[in-house]
Design a protein around this ligand. Structure first.
Ligand SMILES: CC(C)(COP(=O)(O)OP(=O)(O)OC[C@H]1O[C@@H](n2cnc3c(N)ncnc32)[C@H](O)[C@@H]1OP(=O)(O)O)[C@@H](O)C(=O)NCCC(=O)NCCS
Length: 242
């Protein structure tokens, strides 16, 4: 695969990611030691309540600039009770506009979790997908299940979760992607996401087919050289493909 112009050689990228990983872990450990929430909760078994610096397997290669209330975990690092808490939050925030496929779509990547007083108040997930446009595949960090508890909405939690998602995408992917309705899209476009202008498609088991119902609802956090007017196809999955 030809790297996009301006991208560093792979060896340099690996070295940089390793450096970022260790500085990110140090920063998260420092955050844990000074955060009252983390200190109070340090003895609990759940990754939602642990000091993240003490559990490197759940900490990814971020640059450490995350808001101190945000915890990060890979799906496989979460306990069943954490997953149940995330699911309960999503049920409440999406108020029924939400099904088992949507739940499956937010598993298998990174979760950014906003915790207040030991309770989960917001989450965003970044999962790996392949988007195809401009004659190549893009390793994409796809944002799913951005949700904030209704009584905490409108005070910037969603924005901070998205900024943390940007770090995950920058550390591990070539492109960010998401699908959103008009209202939530304002949050994303203010943070630099661009509406995809070209037609959307899916690489289905029956071949590549158009998804006109999602035209105008797909957003990317793109490198400079991507052409937003071209067709873009996502990989196949059950439920909503975008
Ligand atoms: C979307 C959501 C995560 C934003 O979280 P938040 O902490 O309230 O967001 P912030 O305070 O950082 O920013 C406010 C922006 O969020 C968006 N927003 C707020 N409430 C929203 C809602 N009920 N539905 C969709 N978007 C909403 C708007 O763009 C708003 O900006 P505006 O006030 O200029 O319209 C939150 O409202 C939510 O959980 N909504 C229900 C679930 C959902 O629709 N998720 C988005 C899926 S793409």
């Amino acid at each position: 695969m030809t790297p996009p112009s301006g991208q560093q050689p792979v060896v340099a990228q690996v070295a940089q990611v390793a450096q970022v990983a260790s500085s990110g872990a140090r920063r998260l450990a420092a955050m844990a030691s000074r955060s009252a929430i983390f200190a109070l909760a340090a003895s609990a078994s759940s990754p939602l309540r642990r000091p993240p610096g003490g559990h490197a397997s759940t900490v990814n290669a971020y640059d450490g600039a995350m808001h101190e209330r945000i915890r990060s975990a890979r799906t496989e690092g979460l306990e069943p009770e954490d997953l149940a808490e995330i699911k309960a939050l999503l049920d409440t925030a999406f108020a029924g506009r939400w099904d088992e496929h949507d739940w499956q779509h937010c598993l298998g990547g990174d979760h950014l979790l906003w915790v207040e007083g030991g309770r989960l108040v917001g989450q965003a997930a970044v999962v790996p997908r392949i988007l195809r446009t401009g004659g190549r595949s893009w390793r994409t960090g796809y944002v799913e299940a951005v949700a904030v508890s209704p009584n905490a909405q409108g005070r910037g939690v969603g924005r901070e979760l998205m900024l943390a998602a940007h770090e995950v995408i920058a550390a591990g992917y070539e492109l960010g992607g998401l699908c959103a309705g008009e209202r939530a899209a304002r949050l994303y476009t203010r943070l630099g996401w661009r509406r995809w202008a070209g037609p959307t498609l899916v690489d289905s088991p029956q071949g590549t087919v158009a998804t006109p119902e999602e035209d105008g609802n797909v957003y990317v956090l793109p490198p400079a050289e991507i052409d937003l007017s071209l067709p873009i196809a996502c990989d196949w999955r059950d439920g909503d493909v975008w």
